[in-house]
Design a protein around this ligand. Structure first.
Ligand code: ZN
Length: 133
């Protein structure tokens, strides 16, 4: 893993949370993006070397809706940047980590992503991400 690429935070409404995080971080939101396949609207902030990603559900079946129902708004996942996502998925799978997708999928912010099931990572949802070239 190269570094923490971003922290994902589940929020109820981006319209309220974007200005809140702009004030908190003292930096503007530089991008919003919808990932229809995941049922999320996202908003990104730069904080030094790592980003903050806010996630809002676009529909009731969205994993973000379910997360907020169960746990409320808050930290949702940690994303690590990797050089070669397929190699990293193979490595982790061989070690017994459960991958939530068998092939890398398209994520927000020009990334290929794979999630690891929290039950194999001490309750933390982990995202691997690789910049698309
Ligand atoms: Zn993410």
């Amino acid at each position: 893993m190269l570094k923490i690429e971003h922290l994902g935070i589940a929020v109820k409404e981006l319209t309220a949370s974007i200005p809140l995080f702009e004030q908190l971080l003292n930096t503007p939101c530089y991008k919003t993006e919808t990932v229809e396949s995941e049922g999320v609207n996202t908003a990104f902030f730069m904080t030094g070397d790592a980003k903050i990603e806010l996630l809002e559900a676009t529909k009731p079946e969205s994993p973000i809706s379910k997360f907020i129902e169960k746990k409320g708004a808050g930290i949702h996942h940690i994303a690590f940047e990797v050089e070669n996502i397929e190699a990293e998925m193979k490595r982790l799978s061989a070690l017994g980590f459960e991958l939530l997708n068998e092939v890398p999928k398209n994520g927000a912010d020009n990334k290929l992503v794979c999630f690891l099931h929290p039950k194999t990572t001490n309750g933390v949802l982990i995202e691997l991400c690789q910049e698309k070239k």
